[in-house]
Design a protein around this ligand. Sequence first.
Ligand SMILES: [Zn+2]
Length: 377
Amino acid sequence: MAKQKTARVTDVIGLLNQICPPSLAEDWDNVGLQVGDPQAEVTRLLVCLDAEEAALEKALECGVQLILSHHPLIFRPLKRLTPGDAGGRVLFRAIREGVAVASAHTNLDRAADGLNDWLAERLGVVNARPLETLPPGGLYKLVVYVPVGHEQEVMEALFAAGAGKIGAYDRCSFRVAGTGSFRGSDATQPFIGTPGAFEETAEVRLETIVPKALLGKVVARMLKAHPYEEVAHDLIPLANSPVDVGLGRIGQLEQELSLAEFAAQVKARLAVPALRLVGDLSRRIRKVAVCGGSGMSTYADAVRNGADCLVTGDVKFHEAQRARAEGVALIDAGHFATEQIMIDGLSRRLRTLLQDCQFDIEIFTMDTEKDPFNTIV
Ligand SMILES: [Zn+2]
């Protein structure tokens, strides 16, 4: 077995950024490291929805050095840092005890294989695609010229570093054969030919797609796998919108249900004691939109995409009235329940990445968090 490496806070944040690039976050958001020393060693981490006092207590009990929360611990600019209010108490104590806190919020909501994919999956919504279309940017085409016979090796290195993903497809690439030419100076040691001599050789033009967050890693792995001393490659920014990131998801139920049946399914799968809904209980539901947390900002996208029902949290009275008038069903399963599922999803994705990087970190999860709203029936 490969030797395990020491991980630091900055290494874990690097992996978190791979799962949900900070560039996906809303401008008003505050994601990433909230408090702590980036160079501190991490052997145990805790994943939670909110870095509240209970989470810090558990972190201290379990010897955790890094808490990963969904909601940012610092949201508005701080004017003072005292234990005088709930947020200040956690910050104050986290600093004193040397526990770092990092958050993945709207970037995790938008990420591919992120919070809203996990919510769709949990609710039985298949073939889910983002509700929101993001503006172009963040995608690059990588073109590299490889001598014939070495294209497989270079391609495998690119894919292993995360290049070539388009929606639900991975290992996407294109190649075409051609002739490359070059002449190295006397100071070179060319892989093909001799220094000072003009060469023409059979090469493959290999193309694939790379998200901006992975550019550094992908290019480094490509250069390592490529046999040439000087690798001809192009990085071309694309005007395409990414197809697998954005707020909310829309997909289908495997079989059509009545609103009453689907609501019962949501209630059971999110383990909530009650939920609120808008719409005739007997109406048929097939196409479903979901958005964890406060997701009514995706209502117009849900309608535009022909959703029969939108599942989210924090629905207001006038929003409910409008949906009823427009004949769109709503299920408000609560902000807490529609987001708490991120604990399982993020832990699972982190575990895989930590193993790939041979970081020996034990992951703890917060299983005692509670919705601040109680329900009496
Ligand atoms: Zn939230």
